[in-house]
Design a protein around this ligand. Structure first.
Ligand SMILES: [Zn+2]
Length: 351
């Protein structure tokens, strides 16, 4: 069945970081937006209008002094927050618009205006911590979106799946003691930022609500699909999320210059279908993806296209396809799944 899929797409997202060479370049979104301008794509999606996140919305994740520090960079041609992360004159506005774009997508899906959505925004967010900018990230867009869903819509359970190549240390920190948000991350290890070991599982009331699955380089469609099917899906079924958010980074793409993973555009579509199925079972299919990394511009664009078509229900990977691809995983996948089960089962007996 065809779905009403929303997209957040706005040329103002191109106004951050235009004046220097950096892997997180505006060209990433230029390429995606051009793909959407193609007559066989763009009209199929419902445009969701972004707005700038308010001070109050930012403060649900970030410290006031940190927000002030970013605000003070407005108008500065170039300012280095850390060796990877710089601001340009309009970054403060663009970063607020990125967080607000996620909020708008969350509102759209929760209100039922759209069935699911994809916030095609930048700068990315999942490395941004309460008072630290890092890894190309200024404000933690997905964490701000999840906090908004709890605070404004009164949700009690939000699932964040982070399939970016890198561990979302900022998102993990934001919800480390929060049982209302289940954070599940797959990421390359060893690798930036160095966090995300399997034993990092949350603290206090949040213990058991952070699940990290570090992966060696070379992980392919089959391995990811096995992990999503055998670990993530049963945990999600037990958690019963009212909303599923995805830190959708496409740096696990097979050709990405920053990673060694081997996920194909079809692979990302299969992961999306797995998440749609679990969202369908627990919350009427409410799924919002948020763009994070992905630095092979052509590959990134192909991956986003494949995911968007899956969201619409146009390609619709079948159970048979998913089972066939997952079945191609080797014994390394079995060993990893056994280890994850042992680690997580005390908190998730369903495993
Ligand atoms: Zn990344």
């Amino acid at each position: 069945m065809s779905k009403n899929t929303g997209i957040v797409k706005d040329c103002r997202y191109l106004r951050h970081g235009t004046e220097f060479s950096h892997p997180e370049t505006p060209q990433r979104l230029v390429s995606i937006y051009e793909m959407l301008d193609n007559p066989d794509m763009g009209w199929k999606f419902h445009g969701i209008e972004p707005r700038e996140a308010t001070r109050e919305e930012l403060e649900r994740v970030h410290r006031p002094a940190y927000i002030d520090r970013i605000a003070a960079t407005a108008g500065e041609k170039l300012y280095m927050l850390d060796p990877d992360t710089v601001t340009t004159a309009e970054t403060y506005d663009v970063a607020r618009l990125a967080a607000g774009g996620v909020i708008a997508a969350v509102d759209s899906v929760i209100s039922g205006e759209t069935d699911n959505g994809f916030a095609l925004v930048r700068p990315p967010g999942h490395h941004a911590q309460a008072e630290v900018a890092a890894g190309f990230c200024i404000f933690n867009n997905i964490a701000i979106g999840a906090r908004h869903a709890l605070a404004r819509h009164g949700l009690e359970r939000v699932l964040i799946v982070d399939w970016d190549l890198h561990h979302g240390n900022g998102t993990q920190e934001a919800f480390y003691e929060e049982p209302k948000v289940l954070y599940v991350s797959t990421h390359q290890s060893p690798g930036y930022p160095g966090t995300g070991g399997m034993s990092e599982m949350g603290r206090g009331a949040g213990l058991g609500y952070t699940l990290n699955i570090p992966l060696r380089g070379g992980a392919d469609d089959a391995l990811y699909l096995r992990l999503f099917r055998d670990i993530l899906a049963p945990v999600a079924e037990a958690f019963r999320p009212e909303l599923v958010l995805v830190s959708a980074g496409f740096d696990p793409y097979v050709g990405d210059p920053l990673g060694e993973m081997r996920v194909t555009p079809e692979g990302f579509a299969y992961l999306t279908r797995t998440l749609l199925n679990l969202a369908e079972a627990s919350c009427g299919g409410r799924l919002v993806l948020v763009l994070e990394g992905g630095y092979h511009i052509q590959g990134l664009t192909k991956c986003v296209r494949a995911v968007l078509l899956e969201l619409l229900g146009e390609t619709c990977a079948t159970e048979e396809t998913l089972a066939r691809v997952a079945g191609q995983a080797d014994e390394k996948a079995d060993a990893l799944i056994d280890r994850a089960r042992q680690q997580f089962a005390p908190y998730w007996p369903v495993l």
